[in-house]
Design a protein around this ligand. Structure first.
Ligand code: ATP
Length: 348
């Protein structure tokens, strides 16, 4: 198995800079998710690794071998696409066997390998069905088996769950992770869904407008956004504009933290709804706020809170365990406090 090294990868489509000096090292056996909004360049980057696009500048290495000019068919990769891309006239077994047959592997070897893969992707009992006779989740497992058949060094997955409904998506996500870890294969996984990226990846590369904003393990990305874009894109956060006073930003009665370097009068403070503490009445610490709306979300309830800081109204979301939120009424005045350790401020 090998890692993947992308160095200074740049790709233009006419005037559009789809990739702008992207450098990422994917370690051997690691699953790296490329996460970002539509059009940020994640598919283009994956296609550069696959050899389906040629970078204008930069290099792509797999293991120690420079692949930049190597055609797709000669790269040690397997690909899984959103659309499954199965051959409709071949059964599940024949689809998985296909990449081995085009490589003219001996018949006994093909048969043994396909049996092994059918078991790995849990499709043994569907082996003789055609793609139209299986579900979307099964089709994607077949595509995964086919991608792994020739024992590639790197697995590339482009939004593999996007065409599936939510329940199947969650199950197949965990299944892909199980298989990737079992096989120990290096993998790059493109998604625009942050919870999917964080659930499946060892590390997540957050992309924005052709550049990498941050590469971090899911928990670090969640807790320590390196840039304003990461803070906005990963997780749902409150984003509150606050005045900088004496080098500090804060909410009166609640937190005060050092203003970020480069702040000019105002800064944008990010914090999560789950880090907002709400106490009833006017005895607890924090800012006075009114509960404008309660939204029941199951285990938690989101409170829409409106208070005042520096003479300006500020709106904050706070998530409470639903059992606790039941005691609070819409229209009620509460105290709202935020732990300063969980506030990240960026200059505006
Ligand atoms: P999505 O999640 O919507 O697939 P993405 O992050 O994968 O988006 P890319 O498909 O890599 O983004 O596209 C990056 C940029 O390059 C976009 O502005 C897109 O419009 C542009 N682009 C991609 N492919 C081409 C192409 N073949 N010709 C012209 N422009 C392209």
């Amino acid at each position: 198995m090998s890692g993947v090294s992308m160095v200074g990868v740049t790709k233009m489509y006419g005037q559009v800079k789809a990739l702008d000096h992207v450098s990422i090292d994917v370690c051997e056996g690691e699953l790296l998710a490329l996460l970002g909004p539509s059009g940020c360049g994640k598919t283009t980057l994956l296609r550069c690794v696959a050899g389906l696009e040629r970078p204008d500048r930069g290099t792509v290495e797999i293991g120690d071998a420079d692949m930049t000019a190597v055609p797709t068919r000669d790269r040690p990769i397997g690909m899984v696409f959103q659309s499954y891309a199965l051959f409709p006239n071949l059964t599940v077994r024949q689809n998985i066997a296909f990449p081995l047959e085009v490589r003219h592997r001996p018949r006994t070897e093909v048969s043994a390998r396909v049996d092994e893969l059918l078991e790995l992707v849990h499709l043994t009992s569907q082996a003789d069905r055609y793609p139209k006779q299986i579900s979307g989740g099964q089709a994607q497992r077949c595509a995964l088996g086919r991608a792994l058949a020739p024992n590639p060094q790197v697995l590339l997955l482009d939004e593999p769950l996007s065409a599936l409904d939510a329940l199947v998506r969650g199950r197949l996500r965990d299944e892909i992770r199980r298989i990737q870890q079992l096989v120990g294969i290096t993998a790059i996984y493109v998604t625009h869904d942050q919870s999917e990226a964080m659930a499946i990846a060892d590390r997540v590369a957050v992309m924005n407008a052709g550049r990498v904003e941050q590469i971090a393990a899911p928990a670090d990305l969640y807790e320590m956004p390196a840039t304003q874009f990461s803070a906005k894109f990963v997780g749902s956060r409150n984003a509150v504009e606050l005045a900088v006073l004496d080098g500090k930003v804060g909410i009166p009665g609640s937190f005060h933290i050092d203003a970020p370097g480069g702040s000019n009068g105002h800064a944008l403070a990010f914090f999560r709804p789950e880090d907002v503490q709400v106490s009833r009445g006017n005895t607890g610490p924090g800012m006075d706020a009114r509960v404008e709306l309660k939204v029941f979300l199951g285990a938690t309830t989101r409170l829409h809170l409106v208070g005042e800081a520096d003479g300006q109204p500020i709106a904050i979301f706070g998530d409470l365990p639903s059992r606790q939120a039941r005691l609070i009424d819409e229209g009620e005045m509460v105290r709202v406090d935020v732990d300063p350790d969980h506030v990240h401020a960026f200059p505006i």
